[in-house]
Write a new protein. Structure first.
Length: 255
C-alpha cells in the first residue's frame, strides 16, 4: 500500500542563489570576450551587417540590418542590456570583433542560465575560436557564477545549431512545439542542456581539444571534440570504479 510518505519528491539541493553575470572580460588563447560596447559596432557591422550577411540572422529574433543606423541602434540597446548580458567576441590576432553571444533567461534562484543570441560572422563560424568562445562562457557559468543548469535553445529547423550543441557537450532534451512566433513564422524550439554534474567531464573534453598539442602545424585538429570528451568520460568512469573498489577494501579492513 502506498502512503503519502512514500512519494518521491526529489533530492535536496543547495538553495543558495547563483551570481548574476557581470560585464567582465573573459580571456582565451584565440579570443577575448569583452562586454559589448558601441565601440564594437564598426567591426560587427562589417562582418555581420549588410545584405551579404543577411542569412546570419535567419533564425535570430533581430536583423538582418542593411542600414548602419539600424545596426548602431541594435548594438546600443544590447550594450546596456543586463538580461541578456552581451559579450563581443574579439579575435586575439586582429583585435577585431567577429561576433557576439550572451547569457540570457538568467534565473539566479534556480541557478539556470542560457547561452543565446549567438551571432558569429563567417570568419568565426566553425573555428577553434568559436569553440573556445563557448568554452569560456560555459566555464564562467558553472565555475564563476555557480549555475547548476546551462541551456542552449534554437529553432528545431536550424540543423547547424542543433549539431553544434551536441558537439559542444549539450544533451538534447526535446522540442517545444509551436513555442514561438519569430518574424511571422512558427518556431518549434529544440532544448539542450549541460548540468553542473556533467561539466567536469565536458570541461576536460574542451581543454584537451583546445590544447595546442591537438593541432598540427597548419592548425588542423588531431582529435575531434566529441571523441576527446568521450575518452575523458571513460577515464573518469574507470577512476570512479577504482575508487569504489578501494572504498570496499578499506571498509573490509576496518570491520
Amino acid at each position: 500500500m502506498t502512503t503519502h510518505t512514500d512519494r518521491q519528491v526529489g533530492p535536496e539541493v543547495d538553495t543558495r542563489p547563483a551570481k548574476f553575470p557581470e560585464k567582465i572580460v573573459l580571456k582565451g588563447r584565440f579570443v577575448t570576450l569583452e562586454p559589448l560596447a558601441q565601440s564594437h559596432a564598426d567591426d560587427l557591422f562589417i562582418c555581420t551587417g549588410g545584405p551579404d550577411s543577411a542569412y546570419i540572422w535567419d533564425y535570430m529574433y533581430d536583423g538582418p540590418f542593411s542600414s548602419r543606423t539600424e545596426f548602431d541602434a541594435h548594438i546600443a540597446s544590447k550594450a546596456v542590456s543586463t538580461d541578456p548580458t552581451f559579450f563581443a567576441v574579439v579575435d586575439n590576432k586582429t583585435f577585431k570583433a567577429v561576433g557576439t553571444a550572451s547569457f540570457m533567461r538568467i534565473d539566479i534562484t534556480n541557478r539556470v542560465v542560457e547561452v543565446g543570441h549567438i551571432t558569429f560572422s563567417p570568419a568565426l563560424q566553425q573555428t577553434s575560436a568559436a569553440t573556445e568562445t563557448m568554452y569560456l562562457m560555459a566555464r564562467e557559468a558553472f565555475e564563476g557564477l555557480g549555475y547548476r543548469r546551462y541551456e542552449w535553445k534554437c529553432n528545431d529547423l536550424n540543423a547547424p545549431s542543433c549539431k553544434a550543441a551536441v558537439r559542444l557537450g549539450f544533451k538534447r532534451e526535446g522540442v517545444f512545439r509551436q513555442h514561438l512566433i519569430v518574424k511571422g513564422r512558427n518556431r518549434d524550439t529544440a532544448w539542450f542542456s549541460i548540468l553542473d554534474s556533467e561539466w567536469p567531464k565536458v570541461k576536460t573534453g574542451f581543454e584537451k581539444w583546445l590544447d595546442p598539442s591537438n593541432f598540427d602545424e597548419v592548425g588542423k585538429q588531431r582529435g575531434r571534440l566529441e571523441v576527446l570528451r568521450e575518452e575523458a568520460n571513460i577515464v573518469a568512469s574507470l577512476r570512479e570504479k577504482d575508487q569504489a573498489g578501494m572504498d570496499v577494501v578499506m571498509r573490509g579492513n576496518t570491520e
